[in-house]
Structure formats: C-alpha cells, structure tokens
Design a protein around this ligand. Structure first.
Ligand code: ADP
Length: 354
C-alpha cells in the first residue's frame, strides 16, 4: 500500500463576470484529472512551467483547498472527515518563501513548538526539549529558540521552517519550491539537509520545483505536469536520460547553454502556455509540439505504461526519434556545475565544515 495515493484529482475554479449579478463565464481547470502515488521513504518531484497546477496539487494534497472531484488516500484511508485530523499531523509542508512563512512576532522556539501544541503533543517542558533537539537536527543551535525570524538569513529561516515541519514527526512533507527563493550555494545546503533528514527518519517528500538541477539531485521519481495534467512519470534516471514526452524533452532542452556559440543549437520551447480556461483539443501540448499530427489534435492521449515504471500521455511515444542530449546526458553545463556545488556542500558537511 502506498503512503499517498491520489486518484483523478481535479480542481476547477469558476470565472465570474458582472458587477450586479456575477455570471459564470468560464472555468479554470487548474488541476484536471491528476493521479499519482508516493511510497514510504520516496521523493516524487512535480515539475512543469509556472501555472501548470503544481501548487494547486500541493494544496489539494494538504487539504488546504477542497477538490472539485477525485480522491486522496493517505496510508490507505480516504482523506475526509475524521481522517483529516490524522492528515493534518502526518503531512506537513515547507513553503517557498522563508521570509513570509514564519510569524515575525513569535520567537523561533514558539514557532517550532506551535504544531506540537495544536496537536496536543507533550507538555511545555518536553516541547522545549524537543525544540532544542529539532534546532540541532536542522543545523542550528539551541539558543536560537529565543531569537526572532528577522535575526536569521534566508537559508536559516528555511531550516526553521523545516524544524517546524518535523516537530510532529510527519510521514510526508510537501515541499513547495523550498529552495527557489535562496542563493544557489544555500540551496545546496538545504537540499542536502532535506536528503539527510529523509534518510534519518524515512520521510517521503512531494517535492515541487521548476528547477531541474534541483529535481535531479532530490527526486526518486518525477511527474511532469502540463496544463493541469500529468504528461509523464518516470524514475528520475530514465526521465533525464531518455525523456519520452515531447514536453519533457522540451523542458530538458530549455535549460540554457552557458556557451553562447552553442545556444543557437538548442531548441527553445516555442510559444506560451495556452490558457487553462480554454485548453487545446486532443493533446493539450499539440499547439507547441514539434511532432504534432492530426491524431494529436483530435484525440486526448491517456497516461499509459510504456516502459517499466514509465508512463506517458503521448500518441506518438513509441515512434519519436531518440532524445539526443545536447550536452552530456541531457543537462547543460550550468546544471552540471550546480550539481557539483551540491556535492561539494555535502562533502563539507560530511567533514564537519559548515
Ligand atoms: P503552478 O504552481 O504550477 O505555478 P498553480 O497551481 O498556482 O500553478 O495554478 C494553476 C492554474 O490555476 C493557473 O492558471 C492559476 O492562475 C489558476 N489558479 C490557481 N489558483 C486559483 C484561484 N484561487 N482561482 C482561480 N484560478 C486559480
């Protein structure tokens, strides 16, 4: 049994117009039939361009918003009613912006202890001890409990956010772009911290990110979203080495090449993302797809098994030419250098230098 099982999840927002009588003039299909699973101890990365529905999916999983239809099962139980309380404790979140997500008027110790109070875990004394332990776990010091958020850097604030998420011993942490607001060198430290904590506590992550270099470092499996739907899911290695969906290929190619002489050879992703209010017929990617055929305009492709562990929603998946990587195995030098940075930061941590 998977830890999290999301089936056919949709979230539609009505679009209304009119000052006196608001009339519904359309529907934003923010999330439109999304299914995926997350196993214990696994990281599933959700990637895609801005506006494709990643954050809405995260908020649906956290039940911060109600789905229009579809189900979320957590540890075998459908999330609704009484099961919601369990979910609130066992699924935690780390947000993108460490400046906005901490209450500036609370001391760090109070911020970290708050979820324990909400869930009635321990007494004041044991919570205080737990706060000290959590601060150490995320690479901060016990005396930091007395300080206020403004006294910390962005990276340190994100560590505080992670300590708060860990406080109630969750099984799953939804990380919504957890490092995209941080400097690259700091990103590496936070990503490595998340990986260390995962190993230590067997955590699962739903990791939302648009940066493929970070995803490559973090994920076990990747789900690629386009206009509210998943177009490909695959183990990380397969996805980066042999992406099957034309959109996934475009995303990998769109990482800019550092050498201007080679930039022209890289096919950029043409055109804008169509509106989720009025998605294209058939395959939603057909308006931007270099391989488009009549069938793609007419028929909706379903997400289907194609290789072991790989599912793709493309009529032409079997007939596409192989993905020849522009550089190395599909990542540009920028991304490769950043991966080296992550590895170096990890080595420094391992040898006790911070
Ligand atoms: P991502 O996280 O991938 O950038 P989002 O999940 O934030 O995408 O948004 C998906 C789509 O849903 C976007 O077109 C966005 O404008 C729309 N959307 C998100 N929230 C709302 C809302 N509360 N009302 C109307 N439309 C929304």
């Amino acid at each position: 049994m998977s830890l999290l099982e999301v089936t056919d999840l949709t979230k539609h927002y009505p679009v209304r117009q009119g000052i006196v009588v608001a009339k519904q003039v359309g529907t934003v299909r923010a999330v439109d039939g999304v299914s995926f699973r997350i196993e214990r101890g696994e990281t599933l990365a959700l990637v895609g361009e801005s506006g494709c529905g990643k954050s809405t999916t995260a908020r649906l999983v956290l039940r911060l918003i109600e789905p229009t239809s579809g189900t979320v099962r957590f540890d075998g139980q459908e999330v609704s009613g009484a099961a919601l309380r369990t979910l609130r404790r066992r699924v935690q979140v780390v947000f993108q912006d460490p400046y906005a997500s901490l209450n500036p008027r609370l001391r760090v110790g109070e911020t970290i202890a708050e979820p324990m109070e909400v869930h009635g875990i321990g007494d004041a004394k044991s919570r205080e001890a737990r706060v000290q332990e959590l601060l150490r776990l995320v690479g901060l010091a016990p005396f930091h409990a007395q300080r206020y958020p403004h006294e910390f850097s962005g990276g340190q604030r994100q560590r505080i956010g992670i300590a708060r998420a860990l406080a109630v011993q969750p099984d799953l942490i939804v990380c919504d772009e957890p490092v995209s607001a941080l400097d690259v060198s700091i990103q590496a430290q936070v990503v490595n911290l998340l990986k260390d904590l995962q190993r230590q506590f067997g955590l699962s992550y739903l990791f939302i990110a648009h940066d493929l270099a970070v995803v490559r470092h973090m994920a076990d499996r990747v789900a690629v979203m386009y206009l509210g739907q998943i177009v490909e899911t695959a183990p990380k290695r397969d996805l980066f080495a042999a992406p099957r969906h034309p959109y996934t290929r475009a995303l990998l190619r769109a990482i800019p090449h550092p050498d201007p002489r080679r930039r022209g050879q890289v096919t950029p992703l043409g055109g804008d993302v169509p509106s989720p209010m009025n998605p294209p017929s058939g395959c939603r990617f057909h308006t931007r797809c270099p391989f488009v055929q009549d069938l793609c305009r007419a028929e909706v492709p379903v997400l289907r098994d194609i290789d072991a562990g790989t599912r793709v929603a493309c009529h032409l998946a079997e007939t596409l030419p192989p993905f020849e990587a522009e550089v190395g195995d599909g990542l540009s030098e920028v991304a490769t250098r950043r991966l080296a940075l992550y590895a170096a930061a990890k080595d420094r941590r391992a040898s006790g230098i911070r």
